[in-house]
Design a protein around this ligand. Structure first.
Ligand SMILES: *Cc1c(COP(=O)(O)O)cnc(C)c1O
Length: 225
């Protein structure tokens, strides 16, 4: 498996999805999710041109971070325990899993003035196994984040269900987009909410058609072992 060929294929598919939906490819960023793979594979992705890496466990990213450092943007995409924020906060540029005030409070406390770009995670599909806020809690939650000076809500994030029904997937992404637009239109200074983190290996083309600005791609880009 060759990461650079995979990246080229994914970029072509994204380009086509953009063409179908009247978007520009430059507005879609690919996060290489390296949680399953070695530092070597992460390095290959960087050599191929990836500028963003995603990791989901505080225990696991450190070896890669120590080798790779700040030549890429680091995205934390997994559920985050408050007691672990202190360890990771200096190294990550984006957190995609903000889903509770206690976590916001800890991020704000540990950020020491650094602005942290956060996505509020939304459980659009309502599956009990999934993290994230219920869609109807999102606006109140985001308003409540105003007092945390380090937190900038740059967008919303969701994980779609693991299903093959394309129209069902599309409706999940579309609902996240509608919610993102309604938050953006509130014009809150701490929550510009212009971004959408959605789409993984099996559904990123649909996510791009529905407005994704960050896709999080693991297995089909860098592999899964
Ligand atoms: C693992 C993971 C991904 C990537 O999944 P693939 O299906 O391998 O592309 C994306 N987002 C989150 C939150 C993940 O945990």
């Amino acid at each position: 498996m060759n990461v650079s060929d995979n990246l080229r294929e994914i970029e072509q598919r994204i380009e086509k999805a953009c063409a179908r939906s009247g978007r520009e490819k430059k507005n879609v960023r690919i996060i290489a999710v390296t949680k399953y793979v070695s530092s070597d594979r992460a390095q290959e992705a960087i050599s191929a041109g990836v500028m963003d890496l995603g990791e989901n466990r505080v225990e696991d990213y450190k070896t890669k971070y120590d080798l790779i450092g700040d030549q890429v943007n680091w995205h934390f995409i997994g559920s985050l325990q408050s007691k672990k924020v202190k360890k990771m906060i200096r190294e990550f540029d984006y957190i995609h899993s903000l889903d509770r005030l206690s976590l916001a409070e800890e991020i704000d406390k540990r950020a020491e003035g650094k602005e942290i770009s956060c996505f509020v995670q939304v459980n659009v599909s309502g599956e009990s196994s999934k993290a994230g806020l219920n869609p109807d809690q999102v606006i109140t939650f985001i308003r409540d984040l105003a007092s945390f000076e380090s937190i900038s809500v740059i967008g919303l994030m969701t994980m779609a269900p693991m299903i093959d029904d394309k129209e069902e997937l599309r409706s999940v992404f579309r609902r996240l987009r509608e919610l993102q637009v309604s938050v953006r239109d509130l014009s809150l200074s701490h929550a510009p909410c212009t971004e959408l983190s959605m789409g993984m290996s099996n559904d990123y083309e649909i996510a791009v058609e529905e407005g994704a600005t960050f896709v999080r791609i693991g297995s089909s880009l860098v592999g899964s072992e």
